[in-house]
Ligand binder design. Structure first.
Ligand code: 5GP
Length: 197
């Protein structure tokens, strides 16, 4: 295992938790078929697994935003780069997020979606960095509470890399990763030293 990052949530643990979330969501929505909305790009892997663990009819849709901290956007400004294809008026929307950190992105998305007249908008976040919260947003479903660490893998990137790691890793030595962004590429062969299958 690398000295730069270590496994925080192993693939097996993620899979088990997503099965539980899927059962809970299926039970809560009953016959009200929800639209699961994923925020590109980080949330796509979570959406792909979560939707297959919900044993009820559902729809999916995607949106893309310019996030806080993308470098070209000042704090407090988020822009929709790709909007939903679906009219969500009168529908039950479940926003599927990879991670909620300060909550500022989520607060913006919620106010935007709520303005379109849906019956309900709820949030399912795989990771919740609750200690970092600034905006008062509370996901209805949370996979794991996440420590205040920078995490990568399972959809989450560092400079667009490492979304395809099967486990979620915490970066232990950010300076080393910044100096060599490809330092963790050897871990992409599948062995991050997490739980054995
Ligand atoms: P928020 O607006 O809640 O502060 O930020 C949410 C967004 O910040 C997430 O959708 C994600 O893109 C990014 N983010 C926050 N924490 C992390 C992290 O630990 N790792 C990665 N890769 N992205 C993060």
């Amino acid at each position: 295992m690398s000295e730069i990052a270590s496994v925080l949530f192993a693939r097996e643990e993620i899979g088990r938790r997503i099965s539980e979330l899927g059962r809970e969501i299926a039970g809560d929505y009953g016959a009200r078929d929800p639209i699961l909305v994923s925020v590109l790009k980080g949330g796509t892997i979570f959406l792909a697994d979560l939707m297959r663990s919900v044993s009820r009819p559902l729809e999916i849709d995607f949106l893309s935003i310019s996030g806080f901290g993308d470098g070209d956007e000042s704090m407090g400004r988020v822009r929709i780069l790709k909007d939903l294809d679906t009219d969500i008026a009168g529908r039950d929307v479940l926003l599927v997020e990879d991670i909620v950190d300060t909550g500022l992105t989520l607060a913006y998305l919620l106010s935007t979606l709520e303005g379109r007249g849906p019956d309900s908008v709820r949030v399912c976040a795989l990771l919740d960095k609750s200690v970092r919260r600034i905006a008062p947003v509370e996901p209805s479903y949370v996979g794991f509470d996440c420590p205040d660490r920078f995490v990568i893998g399972y959809g989450l990137d560092f400079r667009q890399r490492y979304r395809n790691l099967a486990d979620i890793l915490a970066v232990d030595d950010m300076a080393a990763l910044q100096a060599d962004p490809d330092a963790l590429v050897p871990l992409l062969d599948g062995d991050t030293g997490g739980e054995p299958a």
